[in-house]
Ligand binder design. Sequence first.
Ligand SMILES: Nc1ncnc2c1ncn2[C@@H]1O[C@H](COP(=O)(O)OP(=O)(O)O)[C@@H](O)[C@H]1O
Ligand SMILES: Cc1cn([C@H]2C[C@H](O)[C@@H](COP(=O)(O)OP(=O)(O)O)O2)c(=O)[nH]c1=O
Length: 225
Amino acid sequence: MNNTPSTGLFISFEGIDGAGKSSHIAALAQAFKDAGRTVTLTREPGGTPLAEKLRNLLLHDAMDPLTEALVAFAARRDHLVQVIEPALARGEVVVSDRFTDATFAYQGAGRGFDWEKLQTLERMAQTGSGSNAELMREPDLTIWFDLPAAVAAERLAAARVPDRFEAQPQDFFAAVASGYARRCAAAPKRFARIDAHQPREAVWQQVADVLQARGYLQGVQGAAA
Ligand SMILES: Nc1ncnc2c1ncn2[C@@H]1O[C@H](COP(=O)(O)OP(=O)(O)O)[C@@H](O)[C@H]1O
Ligand SMILES: Cc1cn([C@H]2C[C@H](O)[C@@H](COP(=O)(O)OP(=O)(O)O)O2)c(=O)[nH]c1=O
């Protein structure tokens, strides 16, 4: 039964590489579908043909930190205009694997790029992307998977061939994690911190509890595979 409101809802998932996001994003999308909502499941960098090309550059070509930030925000702008805003205007649930907090965490805290300049770019890229010219679009909820960098490294070593970011040393990911903590402290209402250093079922339960507590989804069943 669908008794959730049919206004658009924008949820982002964040965390260092290997934090365990991917294991839960599809399950959350399915839970919304089971509740009768239409879901747009997407990711950053990416989500449109142009942004996927920019993703490929970002993940594989060396570039300086400003270029990296500009490429990330260029991809984000296209993603917002082409996909996220239209879906929200249709009343859908948009679930994005990463959004702007990743740029603050990776390019800001990780690469050391100036935080205030990122805030300027954030305002430029995320304002006026939809019908409201004044609105700076942000997620309604950001689910942050917090995991020590050493644990994420162990998980990834067993899992996949690293890309340009995943190949970074553990110190880089400790810095990235501190960037997420800083963004969380600055926007405590938008952020929900998940203790990702738990078995999958316990992590899923925390995600379900957050959605229930915020009134976005009632009686969430089942754990991620
Ligand atoms: N709670 C967990 N405990 C142990 N391993 C996990 C857990 N969640 C995910 N993993 C494993 O860790 C690796 C990284 O998970 P993944 O979901 O791809 O992370 P992310 O999408 O955040 O980079 C995968 O091999 C996955 O199977
Ligand atoms: C959105 C975004 C991601 N990234 C990085 C984080 C990740 O290492 C990488 C891609 O993210 P992700 O899709 O999580 O990688 P994977 O599919 O391999 O799990 O891009 C940035 O550096 N800046 C950004 O703005």
